[in-house]
Design a protein around this ligand. Sequence first.
Ligand SMILES: *Cc1c(COP(=O)(O)O)cnc(C)c1O
Length: 392
Amino acid sequence: MPETRRAGRHFLQIPGPTNVPDRILRAIDRPTIDHRGPEFQRLAQRVLEGLKRIFKTREPVIVFPSSGTGAWEAALVNTLSPGDRVLMVETGHFATLWKAMAERLGLDVLFLPGDWRSPVDPEQIETVLAEDRAHRIKAVCIVHNETSTGVRSDVAAVRRAIDRAGHPALFMVDTISSLASMDYRHDEWGVDVTVGASQKGLMLPPGLGFNAISPKALAAHRTARMPRSYWDWSAMLAANASGFFPYTPATNLLFGLAEAIAMLEEEGLAHVFARHDRLAAMTRAAVSAWGLTIVARDPSCYSSSLTGVFLPAGIDADRVRALILERFDVSLGAGLGKLAGRAFRIGHLGDVNDTWLLGVLAAVEVGLELAGVPLRASGLKAAKQVLLRAEA
Ligand SMILES: *Cc1c(COP(=O)(O)O)cnc(C)c1O
């Protein structure tokens, strides 16, 4: 801990939780109200409708008082039965955690191996599904934006692959670190269950998990036999229909959620996505100028919410992160799982603007130099060129 007060703001540049804007803090900072009263009912109806616009769906979105992990579990236990086979893809650490959860729940997981630098391969999905003539696979589960690597998969292309194989499996997508940062379309992309959380692009503190649900998922729910109680969609949907919850909701986070939705709509979702695209391009330009390697192998799969960066062999990424935190009060994401110690992650999602990101990149650049990492050129200058081009 620092011995004296640190001036200015902490820069929370991990890919979630993200910096919570003042407007959201103010919205949450209110006396808790009766969650069975009329004021709450109006709030709940407003956020449940607003969430549909964020997920781009006309169908219900369920809100749990949980982290994203809870929403993962809810997606599985509401739609599947013990022993069901599910197809998952090893895009990175989060995909691996979801797979481990599915196994603990007693599902039979077919896990396609990956190199932690590449997206889901739709053709491979098509091949596996086409071979499954008995339709033993009940669900295909993928992570849209793999937060451990900064790799984005093409959800619409995976949907088309499932359709080409003519396979009836449910399609489940984790959009936890892409929702409200990168374009996401639950209905148009034919997703059956979308899993989200509050603390990333939605700019809220941790504590809300989401399931967007298609009619097909709801039909599967009616016959699914996995044990469930807290996560049960039926009880939620029944109560939500009149603007209430079956148990105490995270009332104050819902005040914040209403504000977050208002802020996203004031900026306009298309502008929110364009801003994230620009921030990501600035970050990648800096990383390339430094002469460091971006974890995502191919430009077609770059994430707009975070960038994973490899450090040269022999340099401990955690030591560099610790130095940058201590000296510049900037938190960067650690390398997770197979990337531990070898990579770090720059989160550029949520309530971030160009000026804020330039500050972050400056802190990283100086931190890398202080840590003795040889840099080829100024990353800041390269980031500035991206900005200049964006203005032209
Ligand atoms: C953050 C994250 C999770 C885990 O969410 P928690 O809120 O920590 O439970 C899962 N998947 C992805 C892609 C994430 O980014």
